[in-house]
Ligand binder design. Structure first.
Ligand code: ATP
Ligand SMILES: Cc1cn([C@H]2C[C@H](O)[C@@H](COP(=O)(O)O)O2)c(=O)[nH]c1=O
Length: 241
């Protein structure tokens, strides 16, 4: 015997009513992932960031590239002059400008992430600390100005010996592109490295690297979609973590 006809619309209504809040909650809360690529100068970060943004989009994900320093802002323009040896600044003053250049991007970053856009970030606070500390400044003091930035969901560190990076085209044009300095930067990156960083050998073809990086990024996009955005670096007994 069939069920009375009245049940059909009631069942439809109940199915809609119960599923609606769940659907709208998961749509509204699925945030983008914050994915950072780090490494010494000329390790291939920009090439990989650009390829990654395009590939994520092809996979139906919203993605945007962010580069630090962002040389398009007023602060970024001073940084650009400094890197091009057009002006001199106190080591800590330029450090704070690099940091301010990240902070000025935070409102936009948070908005994009909350709207579900994944951000592929070419350098972040780790470069800030690794480069300034390579000049002899205290690492913890260098970290201080970046405490509280949005914490990346994934950090991919491209390893390449600085002498290999130096063989790549257009090396040596900017202030820090000297192999002895980059050796110190690489040592500092090792100190900053956290357990969950993905260390990728950059001495591979562009396509080989891309395949690996895309796999890591897709995993991070899925994993972080329902997680809160945490702040970068907090005090621990051994420094900042
Ligand atoms: N896997 C690779 N193998 C060989 N050459 C590469 C590879 N990836 C990038 N390159 C080349 O190395 C140079 C530097 O690449 P890219 O700008 O991507 O590096 P980067 O780490 O962003 O550099 P920078 O630190 O100066 O911003 C470019 O000429 C690029 O074409
Ligand atoms: C973000 C950041 C960067 N640097 C250094 C690292 C590089 O030598 C240049 C930027 O070069 P790019 O080709 O534009 O990546 O600046 C730094 O010293 N501190 C920082 O915070």
């Amino acid at each position: 015997m069939g069920r009375p006809q009245i049940w059909k619309p009631v069942r439809r209504f109940l199915t809609f009513a119960y599923s609606y809040p769940v659907r709208s909650y998961s749509m509204a809360s699925a945030r983008g992932a914050l994915i950072v690529l780090e490494g010494v100068d000329h390790s291939g970060k920009t090439t990989q960031c650009m390829k990654l943004v395009e590939a994520l989009k092809k996979h139906g994900k919203k993605a945007e590239l962010i580069r630090f320093p962002d040389r398009t802002t007023a602060i970024g323009s001073v940084i650009n002059d400094y890197l091009g040896n057009k002006c001199e600044l106190h080591d800590f003053a330029i450090h704070l400008l690099f940091s301010a250049n990240r902070w000025e991007a935070v409102p936009r970053m948070e908005k994009l992430l909350s709207e579900g856009t994944s951000l592929i970030v070419d350098r972040y606070a780790y470069s800030g600390v690794a480069f300034t500390a390579a000049k002899g400044l205290d690492m913890k003091r260098c970290q201080h100005s970046d405490i509280g930035l949005p914490r990346p969901d994934l950090v991919i560190y491209l390893t390449l010996p600085p002498e290999e990076a130096a063989k790549r085209s257009e090396y040596g044009g900017e202030r820090y592109e000297q192999t002895d300095f980059q050796e110190k930067v690489a040592e500092n990156f090792k100190v900053l490295q956290e357990k969950d960083w993905k260390i990728v050998n950059a001495n591979q073809t562009i396509e080989e690297l891309h395949t690996h990086i895309l796999e890591l990024a897709m995993e991070a996009v899925t994993k972080s979609s329902c997680q809160p955005i945490l702040p970068l670096w907090k005090h621990t007994e051994n420094g900042y973590a």
